[in-house]
Design a protein around this ligand. Structure first.
Ligand SMILES: [Zn+2]
Length: 254
């Protein structure tokens, strides 16, 4: 799971420390993709991975719909002969440093897969059923209108997932839902609760190599479950304020 890629001299979509942790420099991304290629594997989209007898390789996904999806990730993926799934938030389109509608169409026309990352990027587990339907169904329709392709895969903003989200996406016609749980997927797992590993800023190649093989993910899961417990105790809104405070404090100390 990637987000924006950082290019030298170019501002990021957002600058708060909680966001920047998820931003990988372009050069690191290039090395990571090269590692996959040198391992004899291919980067896949979600749809490709679901085909029976799919080629071996990790699924590559991007969340949010940043402009670097098209100008940085796409050319490199094409050069390597890889695919990927780009989960796009409709409400971010046309914002500064995010994709425009025309750029999204270009991304799709390159043969790269477009999925939905909701309409407005809310925490889905906090929404009423009506709002949830709108975020999940309307984003699908709008993205299909822009790309002219079926949008079959959904990823949860902020990784917030529950059974209600999975059922709503299934009813809306999606074929899968991606979470942010650090688990390797298998054919026996649910398509509506796919695991993903966040590639964080500063992830070295050794760690990346282990993660693409699904090794050592239990360590990430321990962190995930501590975070999930804190969120349950404090609620999403207070959790975000506490996290922003801790990260700002850590930054000031550096
Ligand atoms: Zn997101």
């Amino acid at each position: 799971m990637y987000h924006e890629l950082e290019l030298p001299g170019r501002a990021l979509c957002q600058c708060d420390p909680g966001y920047v942790r998820y931003i990988v420099p372009m050069e690191d991304f290039r090395q990571q993709m090269q590692f996959i290629k040198d391992s004899g594997l291919r980067g896949l989209s979600v749809s490709e991975a679901l085909i029976p007898n799919a080629p071996a390789g990790p699924v590559i996904t991007f969340d949010d719909g940043c402009e670097t999806d098209l100008i940085s990730a796409a050319p490199l993926l094409r050069e390597m002969g890889f695919s990927a799934t780009f989960y796009v938030t409709v409400g971010f389109l046309e914002r500064r440093w995010y994709l425009t509608r025309a750029q999204l169409r270009s991304l799709s026309d390159l043969g790269l897969e477009v999925g939905s990352h909701s309409l407005t990027h809310p925490y889905l587990t906090d929404l009423s059923q009506d709002k949830l339907n709108e975020e999940i169904s309307r984003s699908k329709q709008e993205l299909e209108q822009i790309t002219g392709q079926a949008v079959l895969h959904f990823s949860c903003p902020g990784g917030r997932w529950d059974e209600r989200v999975a059922n709503t996406a299934c009813r809306a016609g999606y074929h899968s839902v991606a979470t942010s749980r650090s688990v390797a997927n298998s054919s026996s797992g649910s398509l509506f609760a796919l695991g993903r590993v966040a590639i964080m800023r500063g992830t070295n190649l050794e760690t990346f190599a282990k993660q693409t093989k699904g090794h050592g993910l239990w360590k990430l899961r321990v962190k995930d479950s501590v975070r999930a417990s804190v969120k349950r105790v404090f609620g999403n809104a207070l959790y975000d304020r506490i996290r922003a405070g801790i990260l700002a404090n850590a930054r000031d100390k550096r």
